[in-house]
Each structure stands twice: as C-alpha cells, then as structure tokens.
Design a protein around this ligand. Sequence first.
Ligand code: ADP
Length: 424
Amino acid sequence: MLLLITACLLVGLISGYYGWSLAVGLAIYLGWTLKQLLRLHEWLRQHKPDEAPPDGYGLWGEVFDSIYHLQRRDQRVRGRLQAVIDRVQESTAALKDAVIMLDSDGNLEWWNRAAETLLGLKTPQDSGQPVTNLVRHPRFKEYFEQENYLEPLEIPSPINDRLRVQLHITRYGNNEHLMLVRDVTRIHQLEQMRKDFVANVSHELRTPLTVIAGYLETLLDNVEEVNPRWVRALQQMQQQGGRMQTLLNDLLLLAKLEATDYPSDNQPVAVDALLQSIKGDAQALSGQRNQRITLEATPGIRLKGSEAELRSAFSNLVFNAVKYTQDGGQIRIRWWADEQGAHLSVQDSGIGIDAKHLSRLTERFYRVDSSRASNTGGTGLGLAIVKHVLLRHRARLEISSVPGHGSTFTCHFAPIQIASRMAS
Ligand code: ADP
C-alpha cells in the first residue's frame, strides 16, 4: 500500500495532478482488494476438505493463511473427537447388553449389535422409527408412555419368545432416552423353577393334608369314644392342620398370581358392593370384640379387573386391621376417586407398626413380631398377595403407621383402571 501511495505521489509530481493520481491509485487498490475478497468468498463457498486456500499477497495472504490454519486445527480436534466416539461405539457394540439411544420423541437414533439380536432392530431401516412400533409388547408401550422408569421392565423378546429381556430406561440431556436391554432368560428360568416348585409342593401337600384333616374331624366328632388324654392333642392338631391349609391356599394363590402379568378377568367390578360384603365378613371375624367397623364408599366407581383377586386383596387388608386392633378399637374403610385415580384406604386404631418394618412388610413371611403372628393365626403371606394383586391392577400400596396409634393401608389405582363412574 505504501509502495502504491509513493508511486501515486511520484506520478502526481511528474504530471502535476496529485488528486487524480491518488484517486486512480486508491481505485486500483480497491479493485484489487475486492478481487481478493471475491477469491476468498469463492474458496469458502466451494470449499472441499483439505483444499489449500488461494495464494494471496500482503495482508490478504496472511488472512488466507490464518483461516487455513484455523481450519486445520479444527479438523484435527474433530478427528480426535471422532476417534473417541468411534472407540466408545466400538466398545458398546461389543457389549452383550443392548444399548439404544432414543430421541425426545422416542424415535431410534443409535443402537449396538446386541440390540439387533435381542430386540430385532434392523440397521439402517429402523433408524428414526418410534421404538413402540418395533417393541410391540403392550406392557412396554404402557411402561414407555408412563415415563416412570424407576423399576425395570421384564418382557419376552419381540423376536424370540424363549428369550426374556429386562429393559432399563434412563433419561438424559434434552429428554432423550438411553435404553439398556439385558438378556435375563437364565434368571427368569431359575425364578420359574422356584415358582413351579412352590406351586407343585403346595399342590401335592393339599391332598394328604385334606385326608389328615378329615380323619381328625371324624375323631373329634366322636370325641366321647376317644381317650380323654388325646382330646387336647387332637384339637391342637386340627388347629395347626387348618393353619397349614390356609398357608397352602395362600401359596397356591400367590403362585397363580405370579404366573401371569394381568388379572384373570377384566370385568368392571362394583367395589362398593364388594366392600360391603367384606365389611360383613370382618364383623363376623371381629365377633364379640366390640370393634367399630365403618365403611364410606362412593357408589358407582367401578374398577377393571378380577373380582376374586380384588376381594382377596381387600379382605386381607380389612382382616389384618381386625386382627391387629385391640377390642373396642375402630376400623375405617374408605373408597373414593379423584384426578389421580381411585383409592381404597383401611385405617385402624390398632397396635401400629414401627417405621423400620414398613418397607419389608409385603415380603413373603415377613412378620413384625413372630409371637403376634402365632396369636392371630396369620400366614405371613397376606400382604404379599395384596402387593401382587395391586401390581396386576396398576395400583400401588401405601402404608403409614404410628406404633400404638394405628395404621393406614391405602391402595392407589391409576385412572385408566377405572371402568366407569356411574351416577349414584
Ligand atoms: P399375617 O398373615 O401374619 O397377618 P401379612 O402379610 O398380612 O401376614 O402381614 C405381615 C405383618 O404385618 C403381620 O405379621 C403384622 O405384624 C403386620 N401387619 C399387617 N397389617 C397390620 C395392621 N393393620 N396393624 C398392625 N400390623 C399389621
């Protein structure tokens, strides 16, 4: 630029037209600058990777070089990042568990090879497809749409009925989902063996027990012919035999509940009438104990499901309240519905349960205090049955209790489980 100005001044000195020669000089400079700018523009527009920028002179040359260096540095960083991504993808591809990335709408974005063998996803056709179109199990659709992924879901594999898969969904970033799928066929088989074993043993024990109970009954019916020394022993045998029978019945019921995911029936159940009849049974169980049992049920709320299963769950809760409440105590049964669904609560003024036991109460044979159970003749399976029945009816159990003051057991049913709300 200095050279150009000097040349212009010289020409001005010779010709005497300083102004004109400077103007011409600047016009030439402007034209040249414009040309460089156009070259840069052209290069950027049709840029191919690794293509060097056009040669430039002076300041423009420096600008071209700096852009080129920036670009190279960017490429190197990108290369390194790509290498990291490739390594992560390679290692996840080698995993035995399936890893699937879904976007915020639940469409497939990326998955590893195991996803193809466990769920039958196909590369690249399935990319961008909604996952619920490819994994069509009704439980999965419901689980995915409910967006409550605290507990994993176990379903048969969509491509092979003999494979059992467990799905874990985690949300990350912008409501995207990461789905991990494990093959749990072996664990499932072992579990199945355990269930079958318990069911078979219970079933096999029933017949001999019925025979023994029958003979004991006959003996006690003819008590005058029995040696008086044996009467008490026979009575105790009959009582314990009865306990064994209820235990076997509960075990068989649990085995039946575990065998399928859904209730055995899907008819609308009139819960108010059901509770009325359970209340009658509870009063009979309470007998002379002077307990006050009240029922406040909103009429017309019907639940979808199996009446027999719901009866056994609700009566377990109500009978427990009777068993674990002192004479003269209060038992309040309530049934109502709101936006969150339908709710049944059984509140008693009984002995209550210490907070440390609450989380384990629904485990099989879990007892707060074993002496309590032998007094009441409980099997320790009642609340396990309640939990299973509720699970099958899309409900959960909430337990709150204050030792010495009483307990409240509340079943919360999801709104979709309500069949109808008829006018009362
Ligand atoms: P059980 O057949 O022994 O009653 P459950 O599974 O029904 O077995 O209950 C488990 C334990 O929970 C019982 O042993 C009892 O200690 C406690 N429990 C259940 N319901 C109540 C209640 N309403 N009040 C106090 N304790 C309760």
